[in-house]
Design a protein around this ligand. Structure first.
Ligand code: ASP
Ligand code: MG
Length: 597
């Protein structure tokens, strides 16, 4: 019998009526021929209330006791939910995380799942019961109660779906689905019928905030389809899957983060090990770096820029000061009034001109871009914070996101559930063990070497709106497919723009760049006919911030200098010298050997 996991968030179980309504949904899914596991959050704002209560007692409550306290919220919900199913004449049984063996590490308030035992749940399901599990919690090796971080019930739900081999994980929430952007910032935002795991990961960290990023990482790793839908209606919501039906829209969604700060180190030696020195110092202070941009150096010196959340700026600056001293950098500066606007879409990997459309739209509105990074499915631009929200609405409109996407057929929840044929049970048992071992570990998807590209760099670019737009307009109009774009920030009003193009278009691209440079008042254009682009893609790159560092470390050890860097949620790209591609690939493969599944 197919199994589905249904997760109900806090607002979906906020009072007894809502709990009964959720119970009815589970019963209906069971009647339709599914085994049902429910994962439930604390009622309404209960977790917040518990946090406030703790704050009344102490400014620094011990983390272990916070977990002990917060886990009670979900325990209340599962008991009431089980009573609700019982009252409606069906069988149910509630469990805490510990009771179904959700083992975690011992990092209180931010624990990671290590394993889950499925027998007890399976037994209850086979007895015809609806199994109701408390979200957000687990137990460590010493039987201490742990929690998975705020919003962690999503992660519980997808993890259970993964180990139980569920056909589908339904996430019932207070929104209808995933939108093209936050409707509070752009009321014209539209609901998406389908979105890919990668797009969701890029959007989640970009501030789309619909689901816990770790839950999406799990779903991707174990290929669990997720259906995000409203708990207050029966209308289909958004399916999050590996490969959505192709659409002709290059951009699926966009997002903004308003509270970023930009830090630039200037005049660091352009040699192996520099990035490592900078970013390992920051990571050791537990700060997550967001955008990293390094552009091609001049006269043996390079600049490195990156962004962090504004709150992390003081700690970051302490780390940077140390790195600057060690590297004998010219100096460093920061800007704490910036925001980041990003567009995300699988389709942009196949269409050219997406970047120039975005740059154009911003330039036409007089919005200057301080920094640009791109990955295969994302383009991010840093702008002054005061323009960040406007920039979001502009790009939303530019890509026509206010129009409903072409109706890709969405299958609704329970009809869609696939079947695990009975004969596969034994194989499944082995499978489950394998899945558990890798539960929250970093998983590297791919390490790729691309030696088909060349680089063009425009230096001394005036720092005002419209330059990037003109450059990539012209390149696009010539039918040249631009892959990586990096614009670094320059104080004092000059920027550097680098991009990569197919090697056989280099001459044409360079000629265009020179013509534009003269017209737009930029400085000299340089190029490298053969560059090697190395990319690491994977799951958990955000929660395992060391990916970029491990990459820099491996390359530094192999004596390879990194020319350009750009990062996104699911990928880190670096460009190195054309003769160093193979050596770089080997160094990276070794460095990530154990994480590559
Ligand atoms: N109740 C927890 C929280 O509010 C977990 C969750 O809702 O996912 O963060
Ligand atoms: Mg919640």
């Amino acid at each position: 019998m197919p199994l589905i996991v249904q997760k109900f968030g806090g607002t979906s179980v906020a009072d007894s009526e809502k709990i009964l309504a959720a119970a009815r949904k589970a019963i209906r899914a069971q009647r339709e021929g599914n085994q049902v596991v429910m994962v439930v959050s604390a009622m309404g704002k209960n977790t917040d209330a518990l946090v406030e209560l703790a704050a009344e007692i102490s400014d620094h409550p011990p983390d272990r006791e916070m977990d002990m306290l917060l886990a009670t919220g979900e325990q209340v919900s599962v008991a009431l939910m089980s009573m609700a199913v019982d009252r409606l004449g069906h069988q149910a049984i509630s469990f805490t995380g510990a009771q179904v063996g959700i083992r975690t590490d011992n990092i209180h308030t931010q624990a990671r799942i290590q394993s889950i035992s499925t027998e007890r749940m399976q037994r209850a399901l086979d007895e015809g019961k609806i199994v109701i599990v408390a979200g957000f919690q687990g137990i460590d090796a010493d039987y201490n109660i742990t929690t998975l971080g705020r919003g962690g019930s999503d992660t519980t739900a997808v993890a259970l779906a993964a180990v139980m081999n569920a056909a589908l994980c339904e996430v019932h929430t207070d929104v209808d689905g995933v939108y093209t952007t936050d409707p509070r910032l752009a009321p014209e935002a539209c609901m998406l019928r389908q979105v890919s795991y990668d797009e969701m990961l890029e959007l989640a960290s970009l501030g789309a905030g619909v689901m816990h990023s770790r839950a999406i990482e799990f779903a991707k790793k174990f290929n669990v389809p997720i259906h995000v839908r409203s708990s207050f209606s029966d209308t289909p919501g958004t399916m999050i899957v590996e490969a959505p039906e192709p659409s002709n829209r290059p951009v699926s969604g966009c997002a903004v983060i308003k509270d970023e700060a930009l830090v630039t180190l200037t005049g660091v030696p352009d040699q192996p090990g520099t990035s490592l020195a900078v970013f390992s110092k920051i990571a050791s202070r537990n700060v997550t770096v967001d955008m990293i941009v390094q552009n091609i150096g001049e006269h043996g010196k390079a600049d490195i820029s990156f962004t962090v959340l504004r709150n992390d700026l003081p700690v970051t600056l302490a780390a940077v000061e140390e790195a600057a001293r060690e590297l004998d950098a010219e100096g460093f500066y920061h800007e704490d009034t910036v925001g980041k606007v990003s567009v995300v879409g699988l389709g942009m990997a196949l269409q050219s001109g997406v970047a120039s459309r975005m740059f154009h739209a911003l330039a036409d509105s007089g919005i200057n871009m301080l920094m640009i990074t791109t990955s295969e499915i994302k383009i991010s631009a840093l702008v002054a914070r005061e323009y960040a929200e406007a920039a979001l609405r502009i790009v939303h409109r530019t890509f026509g996101l206010e129009k409903a996407p072409e109706a890709a057929t969405t299958t609704t929840s329970t009809q869609q559930t696939g079947n695990a044929p009975q004969g596969e049970v034994a194989r499944h048992a082995i499978d489950v063990v394998k899945r558990l071992q890798a539960m929250e570990a970093l998983a590297i998807d791919e390490i790729v070497l691309d030696e088909s590209q060349a680089r063009v760099t425009l230096s001394d670019v005036p720092d005002h709106p419209g330059i990037a737009a003109s450059v990539f307009d012209a390149i696009g109009a010539a039918g040249i497919f631009v892959d990586m774009i990096v614009q670094s920030y320059a104080r004092g009003g000059r920027a550097t723009i680098s991009f990569t193009v197919p090697r056989d278009t280099l001459q044409k691209s360079e000629k265009l760049a020179r013509r534009l440079s003269a017209k737009l008042g930029c400085g000299p254009v340089s190029s490298a006919p053969g560059v090697a682009k190395l990319s690491v893609t994977g799951i958990g790159m955000r929660s395992h911030a060391e990916v970029a560092i491990r990459m820099f470390e491996a390359l530094a050890r192999a004596g390879i200098n990194v020319g350009i860097i750009s990062t996104s949620e699911v990928r880190v790209n670096v460009v190195v010298g054309g003769d160093q591609g193979a050596a770089g690939l080997k160094a990276l493969q070794q460095a990530f050997a154990e994480a590559q599944g």
